[in-house]
Design a protein around this ligand. Structure first.
Ligand SMILES: [Zn+2]
Length: 552
């Protein structure tokens, strides 16, 4: 069945609630392992019924101005927290001493640890706050999805500006950058207002749930199992020490390559004097190249991509009113992944199909996994699937970029380095913001500016008012929508880069290790998973030092 053919019917809260209550009652009666197994099977069937919520989420993002899915989404923004609460009541029962052992025998220790976090991180006392939080992230989504820029005498969608901000002509990219910045500056007060409300809302949730701050609540909700904020701080310090100097050096190289005396922020999007590599063709061409690269990589990925293409499990065209960015969504009742992307004609077309494809491939690999709960993922684990795939596919970039494939690989590696540092900056920013929820907007901007100096010392804002005021963080979707979902990218990149190194030494071993990592995901925590797959501990300064040495 193709994505377009999937019928949609509202996942009605009252009906789901009824099912949940019956399930809860049955669980209360279940005392032996067989009864618990039966309850869990019924729970899986109930989860399948909620696929319509995922369908709605994607279709709403495909056109935020479509009033039908907008009102359906608003319905789920309200009922979602109510369902989470019911789900928690169910999970609490499984965690009770009389059932725990039998439940763990089926689900494994990682799922049980995630259930414990779910129960600790949410209860009915925060339902209203969670509903309000959903409304606020909805406002942010609407604001950024509909933002426009005045460009060459007409109004265009801000996310369509990338080809201009990456233009090989410095005057064009300078003007384009200024135009985008002007549009962000115009939205600044609204963005600051929404964020302030989100910070207070999340701080209030933490307080109600008995956490010292939203930082700890976030660690719980993000299922950061097996590591603490202290280890993350050590990791960030190692990045400052080992990666930031390398980044400065990479910027120096880029400057020489571009033949410029100095790099300004508007030069940030460009890596080569003739412009960045762009795909040799349109959307259809890029989709064909996508199919071919997955075919060349391995039999497993060939089968996967045929499945995605034959069922049209993607939306890659950029359109007015479509949400920006990309993600993979699983459609549980169909056991199908869906790739959401925005092809803007830049190298992003290829990149997004390697990254989101990595997420989708892992879901596909585990689609027949009988213990459905073991397809639950932590973000660092999930991002490792995606970011490692970016490197596994980089040998096939000739399919997109022809003679400029090597330029793509250079660009990708430089960006990988930048990403580690940038995501750590976002993590430190959020940690300090949520530990001090009463900061003013001005203080938050000043904080960002200071961290910019530590993590991105080579940046020159060239008189850009918005960035010089410290508003750079306001351009990052994750900071609003998925708090603390930043360090996960940095940690995952450290694993992905290990795969890049291993690929060069022993490609078959690298691929087998990756398959192990993907298949065992959901059965153990991130650190154990890395070890199981034969990777070095991503948190350790030694690991970062080793990678920095290799990348040099
Ligand atoms: Zn991802």
């Amino acid at each position: 069945m193709t994505f377009g053919e999937m019928p949609y019917q509202r996942a009605d809260y009252e009906k789901l609630k009824q099912n949940y209550l019956e399930l809860i009652e049955e669980c209360q009666r279940a005392s032996d392992a067989d009864a618990i197994k039966r309850v869990l099977q019924k729970k899986n069937a109930l989860d399948d019924e909620m696929t319509d919520i995922s369908l709605c989420y994607v279709r709403h993002d495909m056109d935020v101005n479509d009033s039908f899915y907008a009102s359906e989404q608003a319905y789920y923004d309200e009922t979602g927290p109510l369902l989470t609460e019911l789900d928690n009541r169910f999970q609490e029962l499984l965690l009770e001493p009389s059932r725990r052992k039998a439940a763990e025998a089926v689900l494994g220790p990682q799922v049980m640890a995630m259930m414990e976090n779910a129960v600790r991180g949410f209860n009915e006392s925060v339902i209203e706050l969670a509903q309000e939080e959903n409304r606020l992230t909805g406002v942010h989504n609407q604001l950024t999805s509909t933002a426009v820029v005045q460009w060459q005498g007409r109004e265009i969608k801000r996310s369509l500006m990338t080809p201009y901000t990456q233009s090989g002509d410095r005057e064009i990219r300078k003007k384009a950058y200024a135009a985008c910045s002007g549009s962000w500056e115009q939205q600044r007060s609204r963005l600051e207002e929404v964020y302030e409300k989100l910070v207070h809302n999340r701080a209030a949730q933490a307080k109600k749930l008995g956490f010292p701050s939203f930082v700890e609540l976030s660690y719980c909700r993000m299922n950061r199992i097996g590591y603490t904020p202290d280890e993350v701080r050590e990791f960030r310090d190692a990045v400052k020490k080992e990666i930031v100097p390398l980044l400065v050096k990479a910027e120096e190289n880029r400057k020489k390559r571009l033949g410029l005396d100095h790099l300004y922020v508007y030069d940030g999007g460009i890596a080569f004097p003739q412009g960045n590599p762009v795909p040799d063709g349109d959307t259809a061409f890029c989709l064909a190249a996508t199919r071919e690269m997955y075919h060349r990589l391995s039999p497993e990925t060939a089968q996967f991509i045929d499945f995605v293409m034959e069922n049209e499990l993607y939306d890659v065209e950029i359109r007015d009113g479509k949400r920006g960015g990309g993600y993979m969504m699983s459609l549980e009742s169909y056991r199908m992944p869906f790739i959401f992307a925005n092809f803007d004609g830049t190298s992003e077309n290829a990149y997004i199909m390697t990254h989101e494809g990595g997420h989708a491939f892992q879901y596909y690999l585990k689609r027949n996994e009988p213990v459905r709960e073991q397809s639950w993922l932590n973000s660092e684990v999930a991002e490792t699937h995606a970011m490692a795939m970016e490197f596994f596919l980089s040998p096939y970039m000739e399919l997109f970029f022809g003679s400029r494939a090597e330029d793509y690989r250079t660009l990708h590696l430089e960006k990988a380095l930048q990403l580690i540092s940038y995501e750590c900056e976002q993590d430190e920013f959020q940690e300090l913001v949520y530990r001090n929820p009463d900061m003013t907007a001005k203080e938050r901007n000043e904080l960002w500016l200071r961290l910019d100096g530590e993590y991105m010392p080579a940046k020159d804002y060239a008189g850009d008012v918005n960035l010089l005021s410290g508003c750079g963080w306001q351009r990052i979707q994750h900071i609003y929508q998925w708090p603390f979902y930043a360090i996960d990218y940095a940690l995952a990149q450290v694993c992905a880069l290990q795969y890049k190194c291993l690929m060069e030494e022993a490609p078959e071993r690298a691929w087998q290790s990756y398959l192990t990592f993907c298949k065992k995901s959901g059965t153990m925590d991130f650190k154990s998973l890395a070890k199981e797959a034969g990777l070095m501990n991503p948190f350790k300064a030694d690991t970062i030092r080793y990678l920095a040495g290799r990348l040099k």
